[in-house]
Design a protein around this ligand. Structure first.
Ligand SMILES: [Zn+2]
Length: 499
């Protein structure tokens, strides 16, 4: 897989994560079925943000080493009890069940507790990670043990909070990277909870403001998340900037009037009303009128294809070299054709966006997808690392309302489809799980998903085991294409109802 962000004029050459040369920011793993009582370790790195379950064994906290390392690089495990070996990229670590010492690259390492096998999975004490990971990864790792957060490399999202000079009832947060917290309110307080972002503490955990209505903001960590709690004398509401780097808290009352004028519930089959005066686009890219017809005509456009399946890469862009002879661009076309077959056999009309070795830019792909007005857009990638399937949705913050004119900003086109895109990923994931195919659901700041107006997911297929050639096996392709198609069918009525 190679995601490119050509708008930012850099392209990622590889995402196969040769630590520490990681450019790629993946934010957020969606907890698919986490029971509330389950505890997790949130892991933040430039390669991926995800969480792994914490288990109580031997009276202390343990995590599985494979699950922890798998999103970061190429991992292979050989279990030969009592011996257990794991290869992370080119580093070999050897463990023995019941022993509290391991060997990493032939040198002793202290585990602080016994290495254990838990249903065949090699697990290590959480508090051993501070010393274990730097040696495995070849770089720093910082564990916030009490709050269940692990920072790999020098990663961190910092923030400032300032009261607006012109209006002391508004508090503005600036973040060094996009964030997408959950927002909860209680009388006198608003909580912003960051589970998927490596938000780190400001110099002082308690910030006070010279404002009658907003007295303070307090930073805390716990349960795999960072939290900012703002105390105020008036009810506040949070607004997110389209780039996700700014959050403005302002009095709720003044928002109510504006919001009720703007939002109304769309009835199925009818497009939501658009605000009369569309905001002029500030980006250089905006949808040509043909791609984004006026709201009144949206519902009347016949939908020619329900699904668009986009075989990523193509032409000069070969994607990942999966092996000496296997390139990603060929695998994605093969998968795309099979997925079309599986979707169409379930009554879902499907267009394959790249059905040849053509080269298509990311902008072109988004443009075609938006023009064709499908109910769902599915980008396909293939990878040699990891196992099974990774499902991605855009990490843009969910936004409705003020950016919904006939010209919607190109870079944030996906933002109002986020909830349904995530529901689609979850639906597909559950079908893959039924077939025991390892699956992860992640969000990433990736194109062209960000530029697609409709529900959009990316499906990245890795081999079932370490043998890359299995990606070409018809059985394997069929299995995954069938599961993806079932996932789409299961959420079909919701997708079809979306404007
Ligand atoms: Zn790719």
């Amino acid at each position: 897989m190679r995601w490119s962000r050509t708008n930012e004029s850099w392209a990622l050459r590889t995402v196969h994560l040769k630590w520490p040369a990681l450019f790629f920011l993946l934010i957020g793993m969606l907890a698919l079925s986490a029971a509330p009582a389950e505890r997790h370790l949130s892991v933040y790195s430039t390669a991926a943000t995800y969480s792994v379950p914490i288990e109580q064994l031997d009276g202390r906290d343990y995590v599985g080493l494979f699950e922890l390392l798998d999103p970061l690089g190429t991992v292979n495990v050989r279990s030969d009890p009592p011996r257990w070996r794991i290869h992370y990229n080119n580093v070999l670590a050897e463990f023995v069940v019941g022993r509290s010492r391991a060997r990493i690259q032939g040198r002793d390492a202290d585990l602080t507790g016994r290495f254990l096998l838990d249903s065949g999975r090699g697990v290590v004490p959480v508090d051993s990670l501070s010393s274990l990971l730097p040696r495995l990864l070849g770089g720093p790792a910082t564990l916030h043990e009490a709050s269940g957060r692990l920072f790999i490399g020098s990663i961190g999202t910092h923030f400032t909070a300032t009261v607006s000079p012109g209006d002391p009832s508004r508090l503005v947060f600036h973040f060094t990277a996009p964030v997408n917290p959950t927002v909860a309110t209680e009388p006198g307080k608003i909580h912003l909870t960051f589970r998927h972002e490596p938000v780190t503490a400001p110099a002082s955990p308690r910030l006070t403001f010279n404002s009658k209505s907003i007295s303070s903001a307090e930073y805390s960590e716990g349960d795999g998340a960072a939290e900012i709690t703002v105390s105020s004398t008036i009810p506040l509401i949070a607004n997110f900037s389209p780039d996700g780097q700014m959050i403005t808290l302002s009095p709720a009352r003044s928002q109510v009037a504006a919001n009720s004028a703007q939002t109304s519930t769309p009835t199925p089959g009818h497009a939501p009303p658009e605000p009369a005066a569309a905001k002029a686009p500030t980006e250089t890219h905006s949808f040509p009128p043909a791609a984004q017809p006026a709201a009144s005509s949206v519902a009347s456009i016949p939908r020619k294809y329900f699904a668009i399946v986009d075989a990523s890469h193509g032409g000069q862009d070969r994607g990942e070299a999966l092996s000496r002879t296997l390139t990603e661009k060929d695998i994605t076309v093969a998968f795309a054709r099979r997925l079309r077959q599986e979707l169409e056999s379930r009554g879902i009309s499907t267009l394959v966006l790249r059905d040849s070795d053509a080269s298509l830019s990311l902008d072109d792909r988004a443009y075609y997808a938006n023009n064709a007005h499908p109910a769902v857009y599915i980008a396909l990638h293939a990878a040699s690392n990891g196992q099974g399937v990774r499902l991605y949705t855009s990490m843009l913050p969910y936004a409705t309302g003020d950016d919904e004119g006939p010209f919607r900003q190109w870079n944030t086109a996906q933002s109002s489809a986020i909830p349904l895109s995530q529901a689609t990923a979850v639906s597909v994931a559950s079908e893959l799980k039924k077939l025991q195919i390892p699956v992860r659901t992640l969000t990433a700041p990736l194109r062209p998903l960000n530029n697609v107006l409709t529900v959009a997911i990316a499906v990245e297929v890795a081999p079932p085991a370490s043998d890359v050639s299995a990606l070409t096996a018809p059985d394997y392709q069929q299995l995954i294409a069938g599961a993806v198609a079932n996932g789409i069918v299961n959420i079909r009525s919701q997708l079809g109802a979306a404007p």
